[in-house]
Design a protein around this ligand. Structure first.
Ligand code: ATP
Ligand code: MG
Length: 609
């Protein structure tokens, strides 16, 4: 059973209290709604009573004087009921929308604070469901759930009281159908609840399926998996439909059953009340009023059973939303953050760093989970460091730790002498510009994508940055230039163009430390020359860490670190490393044997030393 299928209790005091805190800022609106409900219930109770008065005092006694006045009251009450219902609907819906807004902002705010480990664990589809449909269900709770259930209950109790007051024997006769109602309602609730749970499960599966397969549509089409996926979707969709059909069955039985029971109550009232009228123990007007009351009695009952479901699903949704809100932020700000000494120099030190994405249960250094083992190195201010190593050796992980997307398990990382865990996240990340192979482009203009919403970066700076890294050439060719819009995920740009764009972005932010992760592997040779030049511009005067598969791009670095299975095996300059004839030497030989002029784009794995 997945999270999305769990249905808890219909009423959970702890959750309810927490939900009510969202209601608190709107206590005025809530008060207005309650008053409107009271007025509405009162009007519903008064109408049959007026009919009774009209019949007993005027029609039956042929005393027409005063009947006009009663008719006038009746219309007045109808008008009052209209206004009350209008106010109730409007304020309730409005409050619901505002609460939904507040809650959604809370959830999004928290999502932005959560660390990458959380995103490793939770698929996008599920998080989308939290922010959209789960919050929507909560809205139902406020608008059609709790508040109107209160109104229904009030009406119900009122009607019972008035019926007992009018004629308690007849009232008891009418109430004799209640056990049937209770049985039918319980049967309905139990089954609808279960089928609702099943429907939700299938909805979640449909979402997950769509999310994955729409994102990967090109792969699906390339490998001609359309027919197969269509079949799989057909199955999921069919199960979803059948689950819905199941619940429709219960509704289809429930409503007519309530109708019939209500008619049965009317029949009983006419039968027993008819005797009463004939024996003069009951007035004719009271009989009519009883019939009307009994009809008004059953509607809230069927409404309430449906709202019970709303309540239940809302509780389940709120449980999920709150558990997201309660998700602790593993990588957070320290209680008393320290300041970086000024001026910022960009001096990085890794001291005996151990790291695993899934921390091993044992403390043993040979546990296979360790991605980085006892890693120590130093990058002095302004120094350029290259990192090489086989796929999966932990290069990107080093960057993830440095930018504090994850925290180390043992050892520490310092910048300018301060442990990065003692710094504000924003202070740490503000030092860096990160250029990745896979550039994330947002919907918007080219200029927006270079300054990423930072208003402090002027148009002039954007332009200068783009020119410095040779991105201006292709930008100028785009219709609209810097104001040209780019599609979501940069679909309308080539890989190399996105790369140049990200260089411009990195330069515009003028960081103290520059980090490049295989930034040069997706471009042609001509562009590579441009990029090499752009890189030189980028790196000027900055501490630089560059991860590369192509050794040619890092040959001139001040220091090269060679990583093997999470262990730092060699370090030194290009010349020094070649002289030791170790892993680096073999890598270098391999690349140059394959391609005399230039290194191949990809080296599958470093040879065993
Ligand atoms: N988010 C993650 N959760 C769990 N394990 C991960 C995660 N990211 C990477 N790993 C694992 O950590 C190890 C090191 O990954 P890393 O991305 O650092 O390699 P890399 O040296 O950058 O490789 P490449 O050259 O292919 O980019 C790999 O075994 C990988 O499976
Ligand atoms: Mg990597």
């Amino acid at each position: 059973m997945t999270d999305d299928e769990v249905l808890g209790k219909a009423y959970d005091a702890r959750l309810m209290r927490r939900l009510l805190t969202y209601l608190r800022p709107y206590w005025r609106q809530v008060t207005v709604t309650f008053v409107a409900i009271l007025v509405g219930s009162g009007a519903a109770l008064a109408q049959p009573y007026l009919v009774k008065q009209a019949i007993d005092q005027h029609i039956a006694t042929r005393q027409l004087e005063g009947l006009d006045r009663l008719a006038f009251y009746y219309v007045l009450i109808l008008a009052g009921a209209f206004v009350a219902e209008y106010i109730q609907t409007w304020t309730m819906q409005m409050t619901g929308q505002r609460i939904m807004f507040d809650l959604r902002m809370d959830v999004y705010g928290h999502l932005q604070r959560l660390d990458l480990k959380y995103y490793d664990r939770n698929p996008v589809g599920r998080l989308m469901t939290r922010v959209t449909s789960d919050v929507d269900v909560l809205n139902d709770l406020f608008t059609s759930g709790v508040v109107t259930v209160f109104g229904d209950a009030l009406t119900l109790v009122g009607i019972m009281a008035v019926m007992l007051w009018l004629d308690w024997r007849l009232a008891l006769v009418a109430f004799s159908v209640l056990p049937i109602i209770v049985l039918v309602t319980q049967w309905f609730r139990r089954h609808v609840r279960e089928s609702y749970r099943v429907v939700r499960g299938w909805v979640a599966r449909i979402n997950a399926f769509l999310q994955e397969n729409i994102t990967g549509m090109s792969t699906v089409q390339l490998f001609r998996r359309e027919a197969l996926n269509f079949e799989r979707f057909d199955e999921v969709d069919r199960k979803h439909r059948d689950a819905n059909l199941d619940s429709i069955f219960y509704y289809a039985v429930f409503y007519p059953a309530i109708e019939v029971t209500s008619a049965l109550a009317s029949a009983l009232i006419i039968w027993y009340g008819g005797y009463g009228v004939l024996r003069d123990t009951l007035t004719f007007g009271a009989l009519v009023a009883f019939l009307q009351y009994s009809q008004r009695f059953f509607r809230p009952i069927s409404d309430m059973s449906e709202k019970f479901n709303v309540l239940q699903s809302a509780m389940a949704s709120s449980e999920r939303v709150f558990s997201l809100l309660d998700e602790p932020v593993a990588v957070g700000a320290p209680a008393a953050p320290r300041q970086l000494p000024t001026p910022r120099r960009g001096h990085i030190v890794f001291e005996h760093v151990w790291f695993a994405y899934d921390p091993p249960a044992t403390d043993r250094p040979d546990a296979p989970e360790w991605v980085l083992r006892d890693l120590s190195f130093e990058v002095r201010p302004g120094e350029r460091v290259g990192i090489v190593g086989a796929t999966g050796s932990g290069k990107t992980t080093i960057i993830n730790l440095l930018l504090r997307f994850y925290d180390v398990q043992k050892g520490r990382i310092t910048i300018d002498g301060v442990d990065i865990r003692d710094l504000h996240l924003a202070d740490v990340r503000g030092l860096f510009s990160l250029v990745l192979q896979d550039v994330h482009v947002f919907t918007g203009t080219v200029a927006d994508n270079i300054r990423l919403g930072d208003a402090a970066i002027t148009d002039e700076q954007v332009k200068r940055a783009a020119e410095a890294v040779h991105a201006s050439a292709f930008i100028d060719r785009m219709p609209g230039g810097y104001a040209a819009t780019v599609a979501e995920r940069g679909a309308t740009l080539s890989m190399g163009q996105r790369q140049l764009l990200s260089f411009a972005r990195a330069l515009a932010f003028d960081p103290r430390i520059l980090v490049l992760d295989e930034a040069t592997s997706s471009v042609d040779t001509e562009t590579e020359v441009l990029i090499q030049d752009a890189l030189d511009v980028l790196m000027r005067g900055r501490t630089t860490i560059a991860i590369a598969h192509r050794l040619s791009t890092i040959q001139d670095m001040d220091q090269i670190l060679v990583l093997h299975k999470g262990v730092l095996r060699e370090s030194g300059t290009h010349q020094a490393l070649l002289a030791t004839r170790g892993i680096y030497f073999k890598l270098f030989e391999l690349q140059y044997r394959n391609d005399g002029r230039n290194a191949p784009a990809v080296v599958a794995a470093a040879p065993e030393p």
